[in-house]
Design a protein around this ligand. Structure first.
Ligand code: AP5
Length: 216
């Protein structure tokens, strides 16, 4: 069986950080649609060209682009597997489509974890995020600083601020989250699959709570 665990939460809630940490400990596959799209943009693929403007403005990329990516990913994933979906689904139509795509590939959405954190903490986390443009490693100026200021621990490249982490784009991303993505919480609540995780603690504390939930 292919089991999918959906990670829900506002931009900056720590979905990527927690999913990566728990995947590394459990052998699950971390699937970040944001990272896949950023890679497509960097490589200039047709999907990347379609996604670029939407991502830079903090809006959502058209559903069809995501459906193609997710269908391919599920088809190529060997059975058995546990997949952590970080960033998909992001609206109710995507949540419904995921049920269909999962069924077609012999997968099940096992649970949806909602990482709960205050708006103040979201702004602090997004404002201090630094990323490596070469290997994709993520850092934070206060909570996860690199050993050498501004330099990636993993590959030595100069760290950058993510293109959509500018203050005006962050504000728009949070609006899009409230209007389009927050209703997905109700979708999984009605299905009896929603689990709430207090994501206000340190990255290690949040990862421990997430690991306990996915191991239940
Ligand atoms: P995406 O990359 O998914 O961005 P996001 O959902 O806005 O989430 P973030 O990556 O900003 O936050 P996160 O919750 O993963 O936090 P992180 O762990 O990095 O999507 C980007 C764009 O792609 C979208 O805007 C859209 O255009 C497009 N897209 C993607 N999927 C799509 C879809 N399905 N449909 C349509 N369009 C789609 O942490 C943030 C910072 O906080 C880091 O610096 C980290 O070190 C730090 N941190 C994390 N946890 C903690 C902690 N517990 N304590 C202190 N610091 C912490």
């Amino acid at each position: 069986m292919k089991n999918i665990v959906v990670f829900l939460g506002a931009p900056g809630a720590g979905k990527g950080t927690a999913a990566a940490a728990v995947a590394a400990r459990t052998g699950a596959r971390h699937v970040s649609t944001g990272a896949m799209l950023r890679d497509a943009v960097a490589r200039g693929t047709p999907a990347g060209l379609e996604a670029k403007g939407h991502m830079e403005s903090g809006g959502l990329v058209p559903d069809e682009v995501l459906y193609r990516m997710i269908a391919e990913l599920l088809a190529e994933t060997p059975d058995p597997a546990t997949l952590f979906f970080d960033g998909f689904p992001r609206n109710e139509a995507q949540a419904e489509k995921l049920e269909q795509l999962a069924a077609e590939s012999g997968a099940t959405v096992a649970s949806a974890l909602l990482l709960d954190v205050s708006r103040e903490a979201l702004l602090e986390r997004l404002g201090g995020r630094r990323v490596c443009p070469k290997c994709g490693a993520g850092f934070h100026v206060k909570s996860l600083p690199p050993k050498v200021d501004g330099v990636c621990d993993a590959c030595g490249a100069a760290l950058v601020v993510r293109a959509d982490d500018r203050p005006e784009t962050i504000a728009h991303r949070l609006e899009v989250y409230e209007s389009a993505t927050a209703p997905v919480i109700g979708f999984y609540e009605r299905a009896g699959k929603l689990r709430r995780v207090d994501a206000s603690g340190s990255a290690a504390e949040v990862a421990a709570l997430v690991e306990a939930e996915v191991s239940r």
